[in-house]
Design a protein around this ligand. Structure first.
Ligand SMILES: *Cc1c(COP(=O)(O)O)cnc(C)c1O
Length: 400
């Protein structure tokens, strides 16, 4: 019989009862070091006192009023996002896919309002992940995810990740913008070359296209800077964010330059839940922590420590790990073809470590941003034991 909870996931047989910082405990009392952060989402770890207090206090006052009224918590959060980013205006929603839908709508509207309704196509990249709604399945372009869900939504063209010639070739009279993750997350923790991101900015300027960044996974400090595109020294025209910005509370955002945002007038786009007092209280609490003096510098420092440790791990276990890739606290172990990432994920669980598999046989390591070097060392030791456990047995010469 089908489980009451629809079986869309292959879930590990673990149920967590509580968490504190980078640790979570199962209902039967086992402790795990959480280097998955609920898929790069629990940015402040578990039970962060400031976030818990903000949510509890706001929940007791008023959780939801709808966007028919002013929401001071949302006004404050938007103003802070504007102050801390390229954007002039922010739309709040509830998830990454919804933020991406809003972003693509914003791009299409911009061209339509500027007299070019025929410009609606987005250039996207192979290996991308943009979410599970019908349009974002099309933007993702992964055959595995598209299968069985009917005609693919029009308007998304795919080119190889990092290939500037292919991007130029794909630009046509219907092209509206370029949509890219600065680091492909689900696709295998694959960072775009910073030079490639700069070139995308120039080609957008050259052809009047909008640069739309999907920072759902890479934003809010995950890369060691507030936004991953800051490493490239560029600014997008519009950007989506979600995952870490609510610290585990569902919150998404579309951040846009005025030239784009000004066309999303009343009635053009909306959401019932988006930008509620409760969600924005969570978002403000996360910002309090992430924007505090020295926090991102600490993330960057710990991230470099993790990177060095993972590179050393890869060198010690060449039959398990090919190399390390990623940036900040979004790192991946690219595994040897003989080692399956989901097997390694399971083997990590046996050592007390949570990680997340990603595409291209990569094991994703994404601890909460509050992680310490001591916890990183503990995780590295667990990864080391996992690699030992997975090391293919050497064929021994028979003893004489
Ligand atoms: C997770 C993710 C999404 C989808 O977010 P949901 O909240 O699951 O809808 C979109 N883009 C990227 C880059 C993601 O990592």
């Amino acid at each position: 019989m089908i489980p009451a909870l629809m079986p869309t996931y292959n879930r590990a047989d673990l149920a967590f009862e509580r968490g504190e910082g980078a640790y979570v405990w199962t209902d039967d009392g086992r402790r795990f070091l959480d280097f998955g952060s609920g898929i790069a989402t629990s940015s402040l770890g578990h039970g962060h006192p400031h976030l818990v207090k903000a949510i509890a206090e706001q929940a007791a006052k008023v959780m939801h009023v709808s966007n028919l009224y002013r929401v001071p918590q949302a006004e404050k959060l938007a103003a802070r996002h504007v102050a801390a980013s390229f954007a002039d205006s922010v739309f709040f929603c509830n998830s990454g896919a919804e933020a991406n839908e809003g972003m693509v709508k914003a791009v299409r509207k911009y061209h339509a309002e500027n007299g070019h309704p025929e410009r609606f196509r987005m250039i996207c990249f192979e290996g991308a992940f943009h979410g599970r709604t019908l349009a974002m399945l099309a933007a993702t372009g992964n055959e595995k995810y598209l299968a069985g869900f009917g005609p693919v939504v029009e308007g998304f063209d795919h080119v190889p990740f990092g290939n500037m010639n292919a991007v130029r070739d794909a630009i046509g009279p219907a092209t509206a913008g370029i949509m890219i993750e600065p680091i492909q997350g689900e696709g295998g923790v694959r960072p775009a070359d910073l030079r490639f991101l700069k070139e995308l900015r120039s080609v957008c300027d050259e052809f009047g296209l909008l640069l739309a960044l999907d920072e759902v996974q890479t934003g809010m400090g995950r890369s060691g800077k507030l936004w991953a595109h800051q490493w490239a020294g560029i600014e997008p025209d519009v950007m989506s964010s979600a995952k870490g910005i609510g610290g585990g509370f569902p919150l998404g955002a579309v951040l846009a330059k005025e030239a784009v945002a000004k066309h999303l007038k009343p009635g053009t786009h909306g959401t019932t839940y988006g930008g509620s007092p409760l969600a924005c209280a969570a978002g403000n609490a996360v910002l309090d922590v992430v924007l505090a003096e020295g926090f991102l510098a600490q993330v960057d420092r710990v991230a470099r420590h993790l990177w060095r440790g993972m590179v050393a791990l890869a060198e010690r276990h060449p039959t398990v790990v090919e190399h390390v890739q990623g940036a900040g606290l979004l790192l991946g172990l690219k595994l040897r073809p003989e080692i399956v990432n989901s097997d390694m994920q399971t083997a990590c669980v046996a050592q007390g470590l949570l990680t997340v598999a990603a595409g291209m046989n990569v094991l994703r390591v994404a601890p909460p941003l509050i992680v310490t070097e001591v916890e990183v060392d503990e995780a590295l030791a667990m990864l080391d034991r996992t690699c030992l456990a997975l090391t293919p047995a050497k064929v021994m010469a028979p003893a004489k």
